[in-house]
Ligand binder design. Structure first.
Ligand code: NZQ
Ligand code: ZN
Length: 393
């Protein structure tokens, strides 16, 4: 049978407001009379004046604040926000921050209305994986382009006691709106800019580097986004380079990299993310750095499984036209490594503090978290994952 896209539903209700001074529109975006709880992280939005701008825009609303959502948001802190929201009788949430604050807000929004133990929103060894029937409405002001959380229905929460980083998704946790002001990226340090470019890059790879099903739109979109990231990445990570056009392209590319458009009707991998989450849980490595340390080994170890798409990646993303298919693939992998290095990202596990003796624990954790058969064909067993960890050392 001829290869073709599988059936799909695409639903994405997030209103995007992109450009300069969009925060001033908050007053009309959030219905009159709503009591708004602003959720933020470790304080960057206070330091750089974003929170003041938000509060000024919402001066006709009653607002409160809950800060302290960590990078890699924890269940515990989010549950404190749930309590604060209920006690204060709020009825709207506004996330102001990066992926962690937005993910935390999604969980807070769902947990407030969840009938039962909010842990059961999660599956994979933590809870029962029960469906969400509703969530508190919320919007976001994005300060770090990376995760795509501002325009998707997913969230990743860390459970410290269980040593687990688990995602959940529900149509009820799409933001009602997301404000994307490229100028908010001007305060990002080099490390976070490089993380953002890399996370977006790997999101596209996870949805593209699988096997071909003749999804022309998905492939062309994915290849375009990858080429843009390769092109602008090195300039983006220059933290002093406050070029509006450049940062606009960075921000919009990162959002489109994971608003689910690329993944409709085509297979997805997500094994780099599954293996990476275990590293972050183990030693707090930044999300994107865990991905970058693993990606080259995923490409090498899974070369035969991803052969056709790797050739396509070499030709269409890197413009490699000379040599055999294998030469093209190997050259593309080398170029990928060089690109990640050029923006200051680690490309092996020792660079993120993981040693050979840790691999048993990482593999065991994959099993505990229901990741014993992952990747686009479900054929990435624990043994294959072990091989990838070993090849990344
Ligand atoms: O906490 P504050 O003080 O705000 O500082 C943050 C944080 O330290 C800082 N920062 C954010 N915006 C800034 C800024 N500093 C200066 N200027 C600004 N404009 O950056 C640091 C990192 O922020 P964080 O939100 O943790 O980073 P990121 O956006 O990379 O989010 C990572 C989280 O998202 C999850 C990851 O697992 C991780 O927990 N992901 C969520 C996904 C989703 N919902 O679809 C998909 C991703 O694959 C990812 O798993
Ligand atoms: Zn990611």
């Amino acid at each position: 049978m001829e290869k073709a896209m599988s059936d799909f539903v695409y639903y994405n209700p997030v209103k995007i407001l992109f450009g300069r001074n969009k925060i001033s529109e908050l007053q009309t975006l959030i219905p009159d009379g709503k009591k708004v709880l602003i959720i933020y992280g470790g304080g960057s939005v206070k330091r750089f004046g974003t929170l003041d701008r938000v509060k000024e825009a919402l001066k006709h609303h009653i607002v409160g604040e809950f800060g302290g959502i960590e990078a890699n948001p924890t269940f515990k802190t989010c549950m404190e926000a749930v309590k604060y929201f209920k006690e204060g009788r709020y009825d709207y949430l506004l996330a102001v921050g990066g992926g962690s604050v937005i993910d935390g807000t999604k969980f807070i929004a769902a947990a407030i209305e969840f009938d039962g133990d909010p842990k059961d929103i999660f599956a994979k060894g933590v809870g029962k994986g029960l469906p969400i029937e509703s969530a508190v409405p919320f919007g976001t002001v994005l300060t770090l382009p990376a995760t795509g959380s501002e325009m998707n229905d997913g969230s990743v929460i860390t459970f410290e006691e269980e040593q687990a980083k688990i995602s959940f998704g529900s149509p009820h946790v799409y933001p009602e709106f997301s404000i994307l002001e490229p100028e908010l990226t001007y305060t990002l340090p080099k490390r976070q800019l490089a993380n953002g470019v890399t996370d977006a890059f790997v999101h596209v790879i996870e949805q593209y580097l699988t096997y071909p099903v003749n999804g022309k739109v998905q492939d062309e979109f994915a290849e375009g986004l990858l080429r843009i990231l390769i092109d602008i990445g090195p300039s983006v990570v220059d933290e002093d380079h406050h070029d509006y056009a450049l940062r606009s392209n960075y921000m919009w590319t990162a959002t489109l990299a994971l608003n689910r458009l690329l993944s409709r009707g085509v297979p997805g991998d997500w094994s780099t993310h599954a293996l990476g989450h275990e590293i972050t849980v183990m030693n707090h490595t930044d999300h994107a750095r865990s991905l970058s340390a693993l990606l080259p080994a995923v490409m090498v170890v899974r070369k035969l499984k991803k052969w056709d798409k790797l050739v396509q990646y070499a030709e269409n993303v890197w413009g490699i036209t000379e040599g055999s298919e294998e030469v093209k693939i190997d050259t593309a992998i080398l170029k990928t490594v060089a690109f990640l290095k050029s923006i200051g990202m680690p490309t092996n596990l020792s660079a993120v503090g993981v040693e050979e003796k840790d691999i048993d624990t990482l593999v065991k954790q994959l099993e505990t978290h229901g990741n014993a058969a992952i990747s686009e064909r479900g054929d990435q067993t624990l043994e294959v994952s072990r091989e990838i960890y070993r090849a990344s050392l």
